[in-house]
Design a protein around this ligand. Structure first.
Ligand code: MRU
Length: 347
């Protein structure tokens, strides 16, 4: 199942807002619609957002009427500016836009047609690599999972949050395929319910045993010895190892730490941002109040109630047992080990 794909000048994606009750695919030919789809969370999850932005730039190039290289570059840059403003926290968005813009700077590209083709190919490569990277993380992470383990996860860091296969769900999928008996506690993940709607749907589709729990029940299950490991994804991991992920992750990490339960973030190196020193410097997206006041269109609080709705929080690195990447697992001191793993990538 691919969350997003390119089909001759059209970007097709699953409208995740409708899951699990309706499986709907939507098609876009205008990068501005892709930007809207990211903002409104038709597509979400850091790696999937990155792929959508890359395909958005390919659309901008293909549908631009530019006849000169400089005009095409200008048009694509305008599109990048629009896409950059969609969601502020996910590293992969900025990483993917940077990678696509760098491709445009290749002097050997002759003329606008070659540039358009190069951007399509780059977006396709980026999407393909995402799936490969997830499978590699699955291999590394599965080594931590023993037969009979109960794993708790928060939000959706599955295939739907990536191009395919997932980040935090990748080791679980791999372990399951290896024949290990696993069971997953899925936090519902208020307010957007990515756990209840998306993670539960994915795991049930794969036949992986799971139990949906209210966010507030996570501490109870961890404290009563029912959880062996916590695996989450991240929107950004920064230089000191702080993990920025879906709101509520911090609470899970603290309770896991308090109870001696290992807490791992599973992230591709495209989610690691070494240019930022600590998590408190990462912009945290504030989303619409209606996500909190309404459940499935139904008002649940008093009319006019004041609301705060941060979409992410920061888990300080002291609560992080390790960071699983496609190049291996980084352990504390994370400031050092993450840098070494990211250097592997470049080298
Ligand atoms: O607001 P969302 O649904 O885009 O948030 C997604 C998450 O927080 C995920 O855990 C994170 O992006 C990692 S996805 C592989």
């Amino acid at each position: 199942m691919r969350t997003i794909e390119w089909d001759s000048g059209v970007v097709r994606m699953i409208d995740q807002r409708k899951l699990p009750h309706e499986y709907v695919e939507v098609e876009f030919t205008d990068y501005r619609d892709v930007a809207r789809a990211i903002k409104e969370m038709y597509i979400r999850g850091a790696p999937a957002i990155g792929a959508a932005a890359a395909y958005g730039l390919a659309l901008a190039a293909v549908h631009s009427e530019a006849g000169s290289k400089s005009q095409l570059v200008a048009d694509v840059r305008i599109a990048a500016d629009v896409l950059r403003e969609t969601r502020p926290t996910a590293s992969n968005l900025f990483w993917a836009l940077g990678r696509m813009l760098a491709r445009l700077e290749d002097e050997s590209l002759r003329g606008v047609d070659q540039m358009r083709q190069a951007l399509i190919a780059e977006a396709e490569d980026l999407a393909e690599e995402d799936v490969e990277v997830n499978k590699q993380m699955g291999q590394y992470g599965a080594e931590l999972i023993e037969d009979g383990y109960n794993i708790l996860t928060h939000c959706n860091a599955g295939g739907l949050a990536t191009v395919d296969y997932g980040t935090a769900l990748a080791p679980i999928r791999t372990a399951w395929k290896q024949g290990k008996r696993v069971h997953v506690y899925v936090d519902e993940t208020r307010p957007r319910l990515q756990g209840a709607r998306l993670t539960a749907w994915e795991l049930m589709r794969d036949g992986i045993p799971m139990t949906l729990i209210a966010d507030n029940a996570a501490g109870y299950f961890i404290q009563s010895g029912k959880v062996d490991l916590v695996f989450v994804g991240a929107d950004r991991v920064v230089a000191n190892g702080d993990v920025v992920n879906k709101i509520g992750t911090y609470k899970v990490a603290v309770v896991a730490g308090e109870n001696g339960i290992p807490f791992y973030a599973v992230v591709p190196t495209s989610t690691i941002d070494l240019s930022v020193e600590s998590g408190d410097q990462v912009p945290i997206e504030e989303r619409d109040a209606e996500e909190v006041t309404h459940v499935r269109g139904q008002l649940i609080g008093p009319e006019g109630v004041r609301v705060a709705n941060p979409a992410f929080d920061v888990t300080p690195h002291r609560y992080v047992t390790g960071i699983i990447t496609e190049h291996g697992i980084a352990y504390p001191p994370l400031a050092k080990s993450l840098r070494a793993l990211c250097a592997t990538k470049k080298g």
